[in-house]
Write a protein that binds this ligand. Sequence first.
Ligand code: NAD
Length: 477
Amino acid sequence: MAHMTQIPPTIPPQAIFEAQYSASRAQIDVPLSLRRDRLGRLRTLIETHADTLSEAVAADFGVRAKALTEVADLFVLRAAIGQLHRQLPRWMKPRRVATPLYLMPARGHVQRQPLGVVGVIGPWNYPLQLTFGPAAAALAAGNRVMLKPSELTPHTSALMASLVQQVFAADEFSVVLGGADVAQAFAQLPFDHLFFTGSTAVGRLVATAAAANLTPTTLELGGKSPCVIDASCDLGDAAIKIAHGKLFNAGQTCIAPDYVMIPRGQEAAFEAAYTAAVARLFPTIAGNPDYAAIVSDRHLARLQALLDEARTSGARVVDVSPTAPAIQATSRQMNPTLVFNPQADTRLMNEELFGPILPVLSYDNLDDAITTINRRPRPLALYWFGRDTAARDRLLNNTVSGGVTVNDTLMHVAHEGLPFGGVGESGWGAYHGETGFLRFTQQKPVLVQSRWAMGNLFYPPYGPRFERVMGLIKRWL
Ligand code: NAD
């Protein structure tokens, strides 16, 4: 059990912002060496305190395997910071742009500059990856960063604040602690960019607060991500990958498959395959250190209420955990369930689940599946399992989602070369890799005029000379 970290003496967020703002305007040209130095300090912080950080996350959840935090938070961070460090010299360089004929011989390029002060607001589910990750990209792009982690992971957030304070000056990178009231005031600071990861409901509040300052935002939100099983798929293989994606962190993953769509008639086969997959991954639930707890009593009660409502409204709810009892109340480890064909108007089918409950909807043909997906807000992720590439392409070409993994779940988030983000109600703006670097970068266009420029041919007084030149130029376009 991690001990509560000494919370560093608090500097008011407004004062940190002002210090960062002045510093960002005093040094706009942030050299490669300083950016790499900041990334290096963050990397060392993570490496040196990996164990304590994992213990803090476990203390916040009650049950959360060190290996889970290692793979989902620390490994991903190491990979991201490593790539930023390696690619920075290339990504920082100005980009030459070809000059159109009518502007010859001028030259154009795009200069890549820091935005200034970036605010990051994070959620509790992957409390290290989703806070230090965007912060690393913003630091690499030469910005100052203020980070507000979640109040639902108090051990982790306090430890992050203390560690960051040990290796960064407050005007470089600073962690602000507090609940929704602090978060609300934080979102009102006039950042140069505000990066938010959390629920769609709070995302709306963040966008509204930021709009008052004309602060651009990135919103990494949630939603109901569908998983479509095609008749051509190997059900055993799909079931284990779906079970892994659904039960990773007990379903508390933004891109977890929220519900499954299966060709009508394959329900029993899927139930058997999913049950076997769960038993293979988690031979027991209650007391199993590999199976994460639901983060709080309130979150567990909500999930129970969703199941109760589905049951009362007539859906078939199947507990697929290999062993009884249903829930170990003290550990908040909730049994995985399947819910067959719940009513469309239930909370189960209208709220993001964020837990180990998997609704299974039967469909008759691909068009039905596409219509069901397109009737809902655009999801953060979409999964498809099968071998029929024509069916796959038809689904991908006719649905819009934040991202896609084919024949697996979750994995597109781990590819640093792929932009990661939502669309519509699942958010806007993307990050990871160069996309993340550019998210926090002003791409400033610069045109350098030549002494041989012929722009004066277009100057007034307009007359026959102007007409002749215009006539010639129009032929080149
Ligand atoms: P949340 O929206 O409840 O809280 C997120 C953060 O917002 C917290 O730090 C909180 O203090 C802060 N906050 C609360 N009220 C605020 C306000 N009025 N103004 C500004 N900030 C405020 O989300 P959560 O419960 O921590 O996380 C779960 C949600 O996050 C799920 O919906 C999940 O899908 C989503 N999520 C998305 C991604 C992604 O990358 N797209 C990743 C993880 C989680």
